[in-house]
Design a protein around this ligand. Structure first.
Ligand SMILES: N[C@@H](CCC(=O)N[C@@H](CS)C(=O)NCC(=O)O)C(=O)O
Length: 208
């Protein structure tokens, strides 16, 4: 058994982010495939959300906290800048992604499509989600325009949070069209989806 366990389902964008972090850091981990609100997750996260993490006596929830722990508790390449300005910028973008990008793209658009009752998404709900989704794509397209990363010139924690969201967005009609209209963001996804850490931890393709 690996010393560190990530608890949650591979399909979750946030579980994927933490697995990318483990691989980037070179940390051996085990994925314990359990559902949100399962006893295993509830024991660590009072909100029942995945991922959760176990490392010896340490138990954590919240993907950003898990990623920061992996970054600072183990030897290996830095997953976040150490200088004050860029460290704060990494916090800034992680916060934007968790409080605005994920709600607009995953919760309001992708999740209602994936979990649509009878496989029939509520069109009114989908249409209502689009303005905020487009706005996020604009913000992010601008953010990655200069260097191809959210912060500086390396792949850091906010990128680990963003790439799984964009990968999910690329699978559905309106969000993939929105992505196609943002060349910087599209190039960003194409580049980073090919990283070993991202490719080797990607969720299995959905059953058609
Ligand atoms: N802020 C949390 C969000 C985690 C989250 O929303 N996880 C989703 C899966 S991607 C989940 O567990 N959803 C089930 C639910 O909300 O009941 C984090 O960063 O870990």
């Amino acid at each position: 058994m690996a010393a560190l366990q990530i608890l949650g389902m591979p399909l979750s964008n946030y579980v994927w982010s933490t697995r990318i972090g483990c691989v980037e850091k070179g940390v051996d981990y085990e994925l314990v495939n359990v559902r949100p609100h399962s006893p295993e997750i509830n024991a660590i996260n009072p909100l029942g959300k995945m991922p959760a993490m176990k490392h010896g006596e340490v138990q954590l929830c919240e993907s950003k906290a898990i990623l920061s722990y992996i970054d600072t508790a183990f030897e290996g390449p830095a997953l976040a800048p150490r200088d004050p300005l860029n460290a704060a910028k990494a916090e800034q973008w992680a916060s934007v992604i968790n409080t605005a990008t994920d709600p607009a793209i995953m919760r309001a658009y992708v999740v209602p499509i994936i979990f649509a009752p009878g496989g029939q998404p509520d069109r009114a709900k989908i249409e209502a989600a689009l303005p905020a989704l487009e706005k996020q794509m604009d913000i992010l397209d601008k953010a990655v325009a200069e260097t191809g990363y959210l912060v500086g010139k390396s792949f850091t924690i906010p990128d680990m949070l963003l790439v799984p969201i964009l990968a999910a967005a690329s699978r559905f009609p309106e969000s993939s069209a929105a992505l196609a209209k943002r060349p910087n963001l599209q190039k960003y996804l194409q580049t980073h989806i090919a990283r070993d850490s991202v490719r080797t931890t990607a969720p299995p393709p959905p059953k058609s």
